[in-house]
Write a protein that binds this ligand. Structure first.
Ligand SMILES: [Ca+2]
Ligand SMILES: [Ca+2]
Length: 88
């Protein structure tokens, strides 16, 4: 039993190191998600394309930082990063 607790503790202590890897993975996941949502592959997500993602559709105006009616890749990565930081 003690061994199991020690292993669990070691996993927790290893957490910060793993978290750094996760940040990089999150960025790549955001990009993969962006490509998946950009149905017509024009490099930005229109409001219609955003409808495929309930969370993005709801926060579209917020994600569209420059309010040009489309979410660019940079805006999307920023938006998903902020959403992750806020724990949503
Ligand atoms: Ca598009
Ligand atoms: Ca925009």
């Amino acid at each position: 039993m003690k061994k199991i607790v020690a292993f669990a503790l070691a996993s927790v202590l290893a957490g910060p190191v793993l978290a750094e890897d996760t940040q990089t993975t999150d960025m790549m996941e955001s990009e993969a998600e962006f490509v998946a949502l950009d149905a017509d592959k024009n490099g930005s997500i229109s409001q219609e394309e955003a409808a495929a993602d309930a969370g993005l559709a709801q926060s579209f105006a917020k994600a569209d930082a420059d309010q040009d009616g489309a979410v660019s890749k940079d805006e999307f990565v920023l938006y998903t990063g902020e959403a992750t930081a806020a724990g949503q």
